[in-house]
Design a protein around this ligand. Structure first.
Ligand SMILES: [Zn+2]
Length: 275
């Protein structure tokens, strides 16, 4: 995919005192990423490039912000690997592909003991005061919820977990340490997991009483409980269930046997088989 550069027209100087004539217009690309003027990008030992504080950076400062082209995973996987390395995941199936050329703001490295966190889907915010010369880092667990950027970590911190993977956001110790600093889509995933629970005996009884009168309502209530999503629709819930695709299609199509089988599964295990 070709990258569209945003441009600002800049009028050439040097014709003061002459009748106004349309001058040549020079098109200058505008950076897509932002790096605070309190920091600079420079080569990092063993990590390509990194960003370093040039002045004290107070906690709460937006240190970097990522621009780029949003696209789904299938499209993203077709892009240049070097650009993919300068990208960020912003939703379950949405990635911001980094600019064509490396920019300041592209180079904020991972650490398992970072000084920054996510201050939004594509903003990096200082979690604490950062001293002059410190590398600016965040933990990629705060932004990554898929396997597009897994690697062995050499951050060297005392709490280094050795491997950065798509499942790190699930770690309860990281959820505690980084509360308020995950990307919004991961904050929602964490909330769903915390709200999810098995059906109580009473929930299961209600399900079996309601199933004949209104199977969609009965199953929606039960699935909302086991998946921790109090506002999700029937179809969304069914798509989230770990069931085989043909069963899923039959449930969505309203096949009575498939609906009954789903009710039985939720009742018998009290939804305990649902992650
Ligand atoms: Zn590490």
């Amino acid at each position: 995919m070709l990258k569209r550069h945003h441009v600002i027209p800049v009028r050439a100087e040097g014709n003061e005192g002459f009748p106004t004539m349309p001058g040549p217009v020079i098109l200058r690309p505008v950076p897509e990423n932002f790096l605070t003027p309190l920091a600079e990008m420079r080569p990092a030992p063993g990590a390509g490039f990194g960003s370093y504080a040039l002045a004290p950076i107070p906690a709460g400062t937006i240190v970097a912000a990522f621009g780029g082209t949003p696209m789904d995973r299938v499209t993203f996987d077709l892009q240049n690997p070097e650009r993919r390395s300068r990208s960020i995941q912003i939703d379950d199936d949405t990635f911001l592909l980094g600019p064509v050329e490396r920019e300041p703001g592209d180079a904020v490295n991972h650490s398992c003991d970072p000084n920054c966190g996510m201050g939004g889907a594509a903003q990096v915010v200082a979690m604490r005061d950062i001293a002059v010369g410190e590398a600016i880092t965040f933990d990629y667990a705060m932004a990554d919820g898929s396997d597009y950027d897994e690697f062995d970590c050499v951050c060297g911190s005392a709490v280094c977990r050795g491997r950065v993977s798509e499942n790190d956001w699930r770690r309860e110790n990281l959820q505690d340490r980084y509360t308020g600093y995950f990307a919004p889509y991961l904050t929602r995933r964490i909330a769903y997991r915390q709200a999810a629970r098995r059906l109580s005996k009473r929930d299961a009884e209600t399900l079996m009483v309601m199933i004949d009168d209104d199977p969609y309502l009965a199953l929606t209530v039960a699935m909302r409980t086991v998946l921790g999503r109090p506002r999700a629709s029937f179809e969304t819930l069914v798509r989230l269930l770990p069931i085989n695709p043909s069963w899923r299609s039959d449930v969505i199509a309203g096949d009575v046997a498939a609906l009954d089988l789903l009710a039985a599964m939720l009742n018998e295990e009290r939804g305990g088989g649902v992650p």
